[in-house]
Design a protein around this ligand. Structure first.
Ligand code: FNR
Length: 189
């Protein structure tokens, strides 16, 4: 089983981005095992905390490092991505030389109720992910305009067109992970 650490940029209980992440996870199983990383108790980045990093930070870093790939699912806030994700990324890259994201195959999707489907937010995030050494899949892009009626009570996708679109994403992501994964060392396997 291929483990994917999923970082959702919203802490909101009814987050549409978390719903999108869960729906993608259902499409991806059993090929990929999506594990949502809890970012709700990760404090704001502070260099002074590094020598004795808080447990939520260590837990987050362990989860990312243990995963075969990372998936970012982001809302758009003011034409960028939310601070929750930037904070997680900043912690993830520290201490210097211990970047939890290094060489991880990665994906990026997002949704908003607006017509551009979080495109501007994703594009800001893309530039950061490239800098932190995530091996990011460029295509296909998922700029999803959220329509509640496309998703059923159980979180499954009930709109055939949307399901086919997201299935295509998952299929490509599975192949991307296979193609770009670095062989694990015996200590990691
Ligand atoms: C938003 N929203 C928003 N939507 C959008 O399409 N473009 C934008 O620039 C913004 N800006 C923005 C700023 C802030 C501070 C908030 C709180 C919201 C609306 C946003 O897409 C909507 O609230 C989504 O529901 C957020 O995603 P989650 O939290 O439901 O996953």
């Amino acid at each position: 089983m291929t483990d994917v650490a999923v970082l959702v940029g919203s802490l909101r209980r009814d987050s549409i981005n978390r719903k999108l992440a869960l729906a993608l996870g259902k499409l991806a199983a059993p090929r990929l095992d999506f594990r949502l990383v809890d970012l709700s108790d990760v404090p704001m980045y502070n260099d002074d905390l590094l020598p004795d990093a808080p447990e939520p930070v260590l837990r987050m870093k362990r989860q990312i490092e243990a995963a075969d790939a990372v998936l970012f699912v982001t809302p758009e806030y003011n034409r960028s991505f939310p601070a929750v994700l930037k904070n997680a990324i900043d912690w993830g890259t520290r201490p210097y030389g211990r970047n939890s994201f290094s060489a991880k195959p990665g994906g990026l999707v997002g949704t908003s109720p607006g017509p551009t489907g979080a495109a501007a937010g994703q594009n800001h995030l893309k530039s950061v992910l490239n800098v932190v050494d995530v091996v990011l899949m460029g295509q296909p892009e998922v700029y999803l305009t959220w329509k509640p009626e496309d998703f059923g009570e159980d979180g499954r996708i009930v709109n055939d067109h949307t399901r086919a679109f997201l299935e295509r994403y998952v299929d490509r992501f599975v192949k991307w992970i296979e193609r770009t994964s670095e062989p694990k060392t015996s200590a990691q396997a």
